[in-house]
Every structure is written in structure tokens, then in C-alpha cells.
Design a binder for this molecule. Sequence first.
Ligand SMILES: C[S@@+](CC[C@H](N)C(=O)[O-])C[C@H]1O[C@@H](n2cnc3c(N)ncnc32)[C@H](O)[C@@H]1O
Length: 221
Amino acid sequence: MSERSGTCADDPFRGRHPTSHERMTGLPWDASYHHSSPAPWDIGHPQPAIVRLASAGGFAGAVLDAGCGTGENALLVAALGLSVLGVDVAETALEIARKKALDRGVEVEFAAADAFHLERLGRRFETVLDCGLFHTFNGDEQPGYVASLASVTEHDGTLYVLCFSDHGPDTGPHPIRQDELRAAFNPSTGWNVAAIVPDRIQTRFHDDNGAPAWLATIKRI
Ligand SMILES: C[S@@+](CC[C@H](N)C(=O)[O-])C[C@H]1O[C@@H](n2cnc3c(N)ncnc32)[C@H](O)[C@@H]1O
């Protein structure tokens, strides 16, 4: 035990409660980034849906990328000149993301933070991106995550959630129903769903067309 923190120095979860995904796999998220080949979702470029959003002017003000992984989406948005913070629990992913930022000369911040406690950042954001994080949480975890997102999103700010959908063949591993999104994000939790449209998520295990997804645009009340 570290005397200062009271947590085990070799605790792979660094004192936080393992997520349902980590309990299921028996491994911390960081382990996904230890292999010589990239993680299945780590496609080496931004998701096309996020590229389209960025081109359409969907990002404004201070931007948070929750569960940023190796940072491709955060780097895309930061390259537009916006202030971007990418957070993740996987330190290895953050190291890779910081190296990409340095190599590409893009100014962007990457920090370790638990998406269930974003209020600990002590910051607020006009635009928040969740690309592939929401769909890793089970129904018990969703309310805490939604409240955490609400705690850092400015009034009238915009949250984008790109998640696997249950719509169509060859779905991703954690398909989300549209009504699940609407049940999680509603006025009683501080949100109004502005739109949920079918889109795609590219992965390393689907063809170029990717997997069926929802792109949800959700406004903070
Ligand atoms: C499916 S990956 C998507 C990564 C990235 N957004 C992308 O599109 O490549 C999910 C990411 O969320 C991170 N993550 C999972 N649980 C988290 C939590 N509680 N807090 C912060 N990040 C988390 C994982 O480490 C992983 O990098």
C-alpha cells in the first residue's frame, strides 16, 4: 500500500472500481493497448462520423473527449484550433496519444481520468464527445456515467455519442437500442435528445463499411 494514497502501488485499476467490461474480461482497459497490434477499435484515424461532424462545424468551445483512447478524434478536433482535453483510464493509450500530438505538432491535452468522476476535473466543456465509451457500460453503470457527463457539460452544451447500434446485420459487440439512449438521456437526468441517426463505426474486425451505429446529438439542459 502506498502510505500517501492508501491504494496498492501495483493495483492495475489505481483505486477505481473496475468497469463491467473489465470485470468481464478480467483485465484493465490499459491491457488492450499492450499488444504489438492495435486494439480492435483503434483504427489509426478518426471515425468517419466524427470527421463529418467536425467538417459540419459540430464542435465549439472547450471540448472533452471522454474515453479518448489513442486520441485520433481529439487530435482531429484540436487541429481545428479548438481547446481539447482527452481523458481515459488507460495510461498506455494516453502515452500513445501524447506522442501522436507531439509528432503532428497538434496542441491538445491528454489526462488520466475516470469517466464516472469527471467532476473531479473541475472544468466545464461546451462540447463533449463519447466515441465508443457509452456502449461499453452496462445498464447499472449508465446512470452514474450520464450524471458524470452532466457535471462537466455547460448549459446548452452538446454531447455526441457514437455507439454500436442493434440496427442491422453484423452489429458490434455491445449494441445499444435507441430507447436505451433515450432512457439514459432525458430531462430528468439533465439532457434533451436532439437527434439519433443511424451511422457506422469502423473497427479492425469489420470490413471498410464498419458496424451499425447510432450518432446521438444530446443537449445539456
Ligand atoms: C472502445 S474504446 C474507444 C476509444 C476511442 N474513443 C476511439 O474511438 O478509438 C473505449 C475507451 O474508453 C476507455 N475507458 C473505459 N472505461 C473508462 C472510464 N471509466 N473512464 C475513462 N475512460 C474509460 C478505454 O480505456 C478505451 O480507451
